[in-house]
Write a protein of this length. Sequence first.
Lengths: 294, 263
Amino acid sequence: MIYVINDIITGALIGLLYALVAMGFVVIYRASKVFNFAQGELVILGGFIVWYTTFELGLDLWLAIPLSLLLSALAGYLIERIFLTKLIGESVFSMVMVTVGLLILLRGIVLLLFGPAVRPFPVIFPLKPLFLGEMLIPMNLLIGGLITVVAAVGLSWFFNRTRAGLRMTAVAEDHVVASSMGISVKGSIAFAWVLGAVLSTVGAMIFLSGKSLTFLASEIGFAALPVALFAGLESIGGLILAGVIVGVAQSLATNYLDPLVGGALGTVVPYLIMLGILLIRPTGLFGWRTIERV
Amino acid sequence: MLELHNVEVTYSDVILALKGVSLSLREGQCVALLGGNGAGKSTILKAISGTLKSEDGKVSAGAITLEGTPIHNLEASEVVRRGLIHVMEGRRVLRHMTAEQNLIVGGHMVPDRAELKRRLDHVYTLMPRLANLKSRTAGFMSGGEQQLLLIGRAMMARPKIIAIDEPSLGLAPLMIHDVYEVLSRLKEEGTTFFLVEQNSAAGLGLADYAYVLENGRVVLDGRADKLAQNEDVKEFYLGVTASGERKSYRQVKHYRRRKRWLG
């Protein structure tokens, strides 16, 4: 029984990590209605920035982490200004295709700047697990989970309670109406990309802490995809619940169903959950449902 | 205060929607733009508020000035900062936000919280119905309530000019009365209005001055009370003939020919 509990705890914490990466999807989607296919590449870019500041520049973590967050914010801002700002008002399809192009371009840039070698990633969060009786909790994932919850509460408060956040929510609803009220749509979208890039870098720190840094890490972007769609692309609070459900289901499937069917089911389960919920509720659990007056 | 000089508007570089429109609005005045579908009324408001770009339109000739400064090339957000708010047609509330959140977004440029609160209170005093609905999701409000919310949202910015498009469209007569009562009180408080209306009786009832548009041109203008007595306006826009009788199909054809001639 204790193994099942441990698997559930680990699954829930991994799910919260997915939720953190999915938060990047949601923040960008809310502002621009664009589904950013390059979210996993933003995680990689963030990971390489952390690696560069710690191993290449040799900075201490207390200095390297804020500097990395700052650099990734700058990268997010530049990406939006260079590739997306001119497409505001164009079809969403064009913008989505740009994010697909961005996915390939970011991989190319990282490869060009840092080379193809596997890199070590600094130990940012303790690797030693926390033991509570017989329960074993991975410390890095626990801290990461707490960061995710704090980020979700903070961003929900920001988007629903502050004037700057409400401005961004207005942009999420209708660009034309927002600009007719004097809200800078371009500014809101640029800020969303900055936030998305910073969240991706935090995700990279939790995901890669003490591990190796390779391009394979970008797969977390696709792992986070079902969580974002499950929660609904406008809901930040919903990501926590969706992340926990997806993470636990994946963990249980990997540990208990994979041995029975010969593997790979754990990888598929999040997508099965996503498809199931999209069939029942196309806008996800907590996404904005279409309100039409008839 | 606001002036249009020979303004031409083109959509997609092809469709000429306004053909040299000139008009003006003085401080504290309510000016109505009347005309049928496709006359160019809403296009004028979009040209003024800088929202043409979202529909691939542009001011291709002429000038629009607000207090002497050209505004026709400005972004919509910049026009708002200069004191002109456009209340768009179609009751475009922020549907997933509450009524109060809509109002707060309307006052997003207000520097301090105390002032924001004062403005909210002013809106609620003028429209007590909104005070009772402050927590309601805007998308689930009735058409009339949404229209009041849009007026309240515009008021939150304390603009110099409110340009309002078809406030009575699709509303029940009682609700139209309520909406126009609010507009009337705002006018008494000194708000300057640019009002686009197909409901000419309501528009002329509130306005000081009015312009009649046909096919992208101003074909008639004058004091609202005078225009309300004009036989052509009465026939074309108020639906009243000299004898008070209903028109036959033959009369309607004649009426369309005369409108074309006027345009």
